[in-house]
Design a protein around this ligand. Structure first.
Ligand SMILES: C[S@@+](CC[C@H](N)C(=O)[O-])C[C@H]1O[C@@H](n2cnc3c(N)ncnc32)[C@H](O)[C@@H]1O
Length: 228
């Protein structure tokens, strides 16, 4: 399958890449993450500082970059490859990159197969993405493939609360409608286990709630750094 890396400011050709266009739902999601960007970054600030705060310039891949919520953590001088299959996110993503003066290459494709060589990347980041991808184990295997030895996978993700808890019950009840509104986002994923079994040499992971978040069904969270 042909996959193209599109430098910033080039238009995206429809040449067989696996973008998705969920119509209104995709546009709603793009609007939501644009409108609530500051709020989401605020409630996740401690998590993001923990996972992304010590990034150093290098080749960085962001999986599910959305509209560029994490561009502020990318150090100057980096090569940033943003993987984002939802076409409705692209205008916001490119606009944010220009505003923040971040040089990005946008890959309009999904993260199950990355168009990058083995051992070619210093850091892979994602926030609020492993809840949505269809096969998180495959995405992490692909992240490990492209990361150089010693490279880091950095993540901030919402995860399932214990099943017997009130939050766990709420997450279960809302699972289907939430997934429909947020393009497949699963409120009940055990992403900590997914990261832990992915084969990294070291996983440092912290469980910490998104404090003061009004999005109660998705406020149980993890953040951390896994070393390849
Ligand atoms: C909840 S949004 C989070 C966006 C951004 N990371 C943030 O923190 O604001 C999830 C993002 O993952 C993207 N996504 C969904 N499935 C994906 C896949 N298979 N590969 C890469 N990105 C994907 C969505 O298009 C969306 O932009």
């Amino acid at each position: 399958m042909m996959t193209t890396i599109h430098p910033i400011d080039q238009r995206l050709p429809d040449d067989g890449v696996r973008t998705f266009d969920h119509g209104r739902r995709g546009r709603f999601n793009a609007w939501f993450f644009t409108a609530f960007d500051r709020y989401v970054n605020h409630i996740a600030a401690r998590h993001k500082r923990h996972a992304f705060g010590d990034l150093t310039p290098g080749t960085i891949v962001e999986i599910g970059a959305g509209v560029g919520a994490n561009f502020g953590y990318v150090p100057e001088g980096s090569r940033l490859i943003a993987i984002e299959p939802n076409v409705a996110m692209h205008d916001g993503l490119l606009r944010r990159a220009r505003q923040r003066d971040v040089a990005i290459e946008l890959v309009a494709d999904d993260a199950h197969v990355l168009p990058l060589a083995d051992d070619s990347v210093d850091d892979v980041l994602c926030s609020l993405v492993l809840c949505t991808v269809s096969d998180p184990d495959a995405v992490l295997a692909e992240a490990r493939r492209v990361l150089r030895p010693g490279g880091r996978f950095r993540f901030v993700e919402h995860v399932a609360a214990p099943a017997w808890s009130p939050r766990g019950w709420l997450q279960l009840v809302l699972r289907r409608p939430w997934s429909w509104v947020y393009e497949g986002c699963d409120t009940c994923r055990d992403t900590a286990s997914t990261v832990e079994r992915a084969g990294f040499t070291r996983v440092e992971l912290e469980r910490r709630r998104f404090r003061h978040s009004c999005f109660v069904p998705v406020n149980t969270a993890i953040a951390g750094v896994a070393t390849n």
